[in-house]
Ligand binder design. Structure first.
Ligand code: GLY
Length: 304
């Protein structure tokens, strides 16, 4: 007889100095992403489908730095990174510096499902998406007035450094789930960091840095300053703690300390361990996040 596990979902919408006037939009966005993912999980659906769906919802919401709300490059272009990982078989897919497609996570899933590769980047990735039936969007559909104004101001600031600009950043998005079959999946998507040079790629599409999932161990999605996250391979750092039977919350907190102490990094992460316990940690002023489990009465969302 198949043993059914109680499903769990945890969603984030970025760790940064979220201004008071944007809190409600963040909470609303996280809630919708949770609802959409939970619909799949509570009906016995696959965790992989739930993370893809929830991240797609967040990519469509311009509140977040992913898909339609992406931060602009120094040349005014939009280049996005995303990844997805299936803990049941360790398969993964990712895209980097992708232009003109509003849902990078769906193309990452297609890379995972349809190729022997993990990471496709730039024009090759765009041709791949076209060949597999994804519809490109004109760049103006991925650009917000907000990001055009931000670009103007950061370009005037010669001393601007993304690593110190967490009031200026915006939220990378990510989702981790445990499904009824006991499989763990994780996905992450971003438009990157302010004032980034075209071609710059952060932690989000790097398996082990921005995203990781392994049945029997746990799943992780990270957010924050990618250049620091990559140096400590933050998602894998959390996973290796969970592998040693450290619970999800303690693992998350320990890894965020490592991020700060070893590379002076700012960011946050969500994770689920093999028992379905949730972990959240961040060292920024706020982090948008939410959870749903069978024990909760309703979706839980917060930024503090
Ligand atoms: N964590 C997102 C980025 O640095 O691109």
């Amino acid at each position: 007889m198949i043993k059914h596990i109680k499903p769990v979902i945890v969603v984030h919408g970025g760790a940064w100095r979220i201004p008071d006037e944007e809190i409600q939009a963040h909470l609303n966005g996280i809630r919708v992403a949770l609802q959409e993912g939970w619909k799949i999980l509570k009906n016995g659906g696959k965790g992989l489908d739930a993370v893809e769906r929830s991240v797609s919802v967040l990519e469509d919401d311009p509140t977040f730095d992913a898909g339609k709300g992406s931060i602009l490059n120094t040349d005014g272009s939009v280049e996005m990174d995303a990844s997805i990982m299936d803990g049941s078989n360790m398969k993964a897919g990712a895209v980097a510096a992708l232009r003109n497609y509003p849902n990078p996570v769906q193309i990452a899933r297609c890379v995972m499902d349809k190729t022997e590769h993990i990471l496709l980047s730039g024009p090759g990735c765009e041709s791949f998406a076209m060949k597999h039936g994804f519809h490109p969007s004109p760049i103006r559909e991925l650009m917000t007035e907000r990001e055009l104004h931000r670009l103007e101001s950061v370009m005037l600031d010669e001393d601007f450094r993304a690593e110190h600009a967490f009031g200026q950043k915006r939220g990378t998005v990510g989702v981790v789930v445990l499904d009824e079959q006991g499989h763990i999946a994780a996905a992450t998507s971003t438009g990157g960091t302010p004032k980034k040079i075209p071609g710059r790629v952060g932690d989000t599409p790097i398996i082990g840095a921005g995203t990781y999932a392994e049945d029997g161990v746990g799943g992780v999605s990270c957010t924050g300053w990618g250049e620091a996250i990559m140096k400590v391979m933050l998602a894998k750092d959390v996973a290796e703690r969970m592998r040693q039977d450290v619970d999800a919350q303690t693992s998350a907190e320990q890894s965020i300390v490592i991020l700060k102490e070893r590379v002076n990094g700012l960011g946050g992460l969500i994770c689920i361990d093999k028992k379905g316990q949730i972990g959240v940690a961040y060292n920024t002023p706020r982090m948008a996040r939410g959870t749903m489990t069978c024990e909760q009465d309703d979706f839980w969302v917060a930024v503090e």
